[in-house]
Design a protein around this ligand. Structure first.
Ligand code: UD1
Ligand code: UDP
Length: 364
């Protein structure tokens, strides 16, 4: 009798949990899961098994809150040990985090086939740790699941090509939103609990080093947000909170409505009924095209060019947030109506199954 196949799915942060949910489900009993512990604060990490419904990991590591090198090193050691303890046929990582890089290095060290979900994204910004992580992971991968043709072309430009190695699947975020976006009544209570009116508030979230590690940039963003003519809800990533407090920007934080990180369902509900969002998040750029709300992307570059000029506008260092907001607010119903007619470039909500089909073809 054939031995059943085993696939280790490695994750460690909020976006990885969101985007691997459907893959773990589609793998069914073949899946083993390992959580690196990169995100560990309860308001981020308890979400994984709570609102997201990911099952408790088969193996838990504890690499959170350390330096990048310690995180990558510690997780690589832990994941390699797990691969040597229990044989698997393939290892899956997602995105561009330190955890994804560690998973890739461990698979390579242990001679296990590596699968990269969300392969081929490029910001071409070498100051971002994520750009280095994703490039290395793609080059180590035996199977790259590229969300779009743009990402496939990025891979091809680096010599990563061939039907056996690259498959265009769509992005698994689409099915995450379809599965977890709250129904209208739940969204209405999410808004009511905050005394918000639909289409009359702004949802903001940011955590990238380029925005929060430089106190001047962080102050600029917070000032621009505070000056917007609508209430601004800002669920604070722990990194942002720590950097803002350390930079003495508590007064500016007090001028917007700060909250702990929002649960995923709640976040999607808020986003879908916001006037617009302001964010440096990768996932939020993609989700904008599914919930049909525009996003001011506070970044100097983006690895998601598919949504630029439609759902997203790039605003480096935050200085033009107010200017873009004013343009959008001139005819917000018109903008929302236009976006409602544009399909998401990230696929049809079947990416997870396509990825699992490709993994099964690879491991036979
Ligand atoms: C990481 C990813 C980033 C992703 C983000 C998702 C890397 C290089 N970056 O960034 O691509 O967009 O996750 O949110 O992997 N902290 C806490 N509690 C936590 C997690 C972090 O307090 O649960 C604080 C700690 O001070 C920590 C800092 O945030 O040192 C940075 O955390 P880290 O996991 O290294 O990176 P993120 O900024 O979360
Ligand atoms: N998100 C959330 N609660 C929040 C902020 C974001 O659930 O308070 C979700 C968001 O919808 C997206 C994911 O977290 O799916 C993105 O995570 P993050 O911005 O931390 O990482 P990135 O996508 O930038 O790597």
């Amino acid at each position: 009798m054939l031995k059943p196949k085993r696939v280790l799915v490695v994750y460690g942060t909020r976006p990885e949990a969101v985007k691997l949910l459907g893959v773990v489900d589609a793998l069914g009993p073949q899946a083993r899961t390992l959580h690196s512990g990169q995100h560990y604060s309860p308001e981020l990490a308890s979400e994984f098994e709570g609102a997201l419904g990911l099952r408790a990991p088969d193996r838990q590591l504890d690499v959170g809150g350390t330096t990048r090198g310690e995180q990558i090193g510690g997780a690589t050691i832990g994941i390699e040990a797990e691969l040597r303890r229990e044989a698997v046929d393939a290892l899956i990582v997602q995105g561009d985090t330190n955890t994804a890089l560690a998973g890739a290095l461990a698979a390579n060290a242990a001679g296990v086939a590596l699968v990269h979900v969300e392969a081929g994204l490029r910001s071409f910004d070498r100051a971002m740790p994520e750009e280095h992580n994703r490039v290395v992971v793609d080059h180590l991968s035996d199977l790259c699941a590229a969300p779009t043709e743009t990402s496939r072309a990025n891979l091809a430009a680096e010599g990563i090509a061939g039907d056996d190695r690259v498959v265009v699947t769509g992005n698994t975020v689409v099915e995450a939103v379809q599965r977890l976006a709250p129904p209208a009544a739940e969204t209405a209570s999410i808004l009511a609990a905050r005394s918000l009116t639909a289409d009359s508030f702004v949802l903001a979230t940011f955590h990238r080093p380029e925005n929060v590690d430089d106190p001047e940039v962080l102050a600029t963003i917070l000032r621009e947000l505070a000056a917007l003519p609508l209430p601004v809800v800002l669920p604070l990533h722990p990194r942002t909170e720590q950097r803002a407090r350390a930079a003495g920007l508590g007064d500016l934080l007090a001028q917007v409505r700060i909250e702990p990180p929002a649960g995923y369902r709640c976040f999607l509900g808020l986003m879908a009924r916001s006037a617009f969002a302001v964010s440096d998040s990768g996932g939020v750029q993609e989700e904008s095209s599914v919930v049909k709300r525009p996003v001011i992307v506070v970044r100097r570059s983006t690895e998601r060019p598919e949504v630029l000029g439609t759902f997203c506008e790039l605003v480096p260092a935050g200085a033009r947030i107010g200017e873009v907001a004013r343009q959008w607010l001139d005819d917000l119903p018109g903008l929302h109506a236009k976006l409602a007619t544009i399909d998401t470039p990230y696929g049809d909500g079947l990416a997870s199954q396509r990825i699992v089909d490709a993994v099964e073809r690879m491991i036979g």
